[in-house]
Design a protein around this ligand. Structure first.
Ligand code: COA
Length: 307
């Protein structure tokens, strides 16, 4: 089995085939379960099956032939949306996950502005939910009563998404729970991204000549029990470092930070690591920053990189 996508010309040469496809099949989990020819005509003429922000494709299988269609919508926005429909005879054969993988590839390869692709399905559409799971999409939301059902109580709409950055790196990022909303009067807690950004700002300050010469500024940035293991292997306390930096001669060229990496070690603890080029010396550096909103460095290590 090998699936491919063929771009559809819904308002032109594919009008009849699309109308036949949509009216001949039943769509038990869609809001409109049975479509008439007149409805499809209106949909095509209003751009639902193709315009500057929507693309529709036939899904072809090398053994089975034309098995379904795929609609990609909101392609001009950072979040694009997918709709997948297999023809009745081809359901139940596990083709859905492969079709979703093609959708992801198509969107991220051709639409630079799209950061995420999203799809929603009714809570009881088990095949579609399983197809999302198998294709590596992440369940992001459960919209209660979000899916109208004709003549019955509404059901939940379940949202799945895949990120461009996950697609590019071949990883799957879980949905973060996020910090609790602070009660009034309570200070707001920074999220991981903010903690990391604050740690890097402070780390770069520590490399600035004016800051290195200023004991008050250093006391603000370095924790009372700060320790450092220097390039030579010597162990320094905060007071040792303040004295040593006061005597440091300023280099003509600012140091260069490369190979930045950051890890969250805890709710208020960040570990930035990097390669530092200062004059002709190269070293690998790591620091542990603790605290929110004003992080302080509790530990720093520098290891010389041999020439
Ligand atoms: C939704 C759709 C694309 C899924 O396609 P599919 O890959 O053929 O789906 P399958 O029936 O093969 O089921 C996929 C998986 O769900 C599982 N599944 C199916 N029905 C299930 C059920 N009732 N409970 C639990 N799992 C179920 C299957 O076992 C299969 O898992 P597996 O591959 O691990 O065995 C297809 O059914 C379709 O086009 N339906 C009509 C249109 C539609 O509903 N589109 C979604 C709009 S949001």
């Amino acid at each position: 089995m090998a699936l491919t996508l063929t771009l559809m010309d819904a308002a032109g040469g594919d009008r009849r085939a699309l109308t036949d496809f949509l009216t001949a099949n039943l769509w038990p989990f869609h809001v409109r379960q049975r479509l008439s020819g007149a409805q499809v005509t209106v949909d095509i003429d209003t751009g639902r099956w193709g315009d500057d922000r929507t693309e529709a494709f036939w899904i072809d299988d090398d053994e089975r032939g034309r098995v379904g269609l795929l609609r990609l919508d909101d392609l001009a926005d950072p979040t694009a949306v997918v709709d997948l429909r297999l023809a009745d005879p081809w359901r139940g054969q596990g083709l859905g996950a492969g079709a979703l993988a093609l959708a992801v590839d198509r969107v991220f390869r051709t639409r630079e502005g799209v950061a995420r692709l999203e799809g929603q399905t009714r809570e009881d559409n088990a095949p579609m939910r399983r197809a999302f799971d198998k294709a590596g999409w992440v369940r992001e939301a459960w919209y209660r009563d979000g899916w109208p059902v004709d003549g019955a109580e509404p059901l939940a709409s379940v949202a799945y998404g895949v990120l461009r950055r996950d697609w590019a790196s071949g990883s799957t990022t879980p949905v973060p729970c996020g910090p609790e909303t602070p009660r009034s009067g309570e200070p707001r807690r920074a999220d991981g991204g903010e903690l990391i950004a604050a740690a890097w700002t402070a780390e770069e300050l520590l490399l600035t000549p004016a800051v290195r010469r200023d004991p008050d500024e250093l006391r603000r940035l370095l924790a009372d029990d700060f320790t450092e293991i220097g390039r030579s292997g010597r162990r320094w306390t905060r007071d040792d470092i303040i004295v040593a930096l006061a005597a440091e001669t300023t280099s003509a060229r600012p140091p260069i930070i490369e190979e930045r990496d950051s890890r969250l070690l805890g709710p208020e603890t960040v570990l930035p690591t990097y390669l530092l080029r200062a004059d002709d010396r190269i070293s690998r550096r790591s620091s542990v920053w603790q605290g929110d909103p004003r992080p302080r460095c509790v530990f720093h290590q520098g290891t010389a990189v041999p020439d």
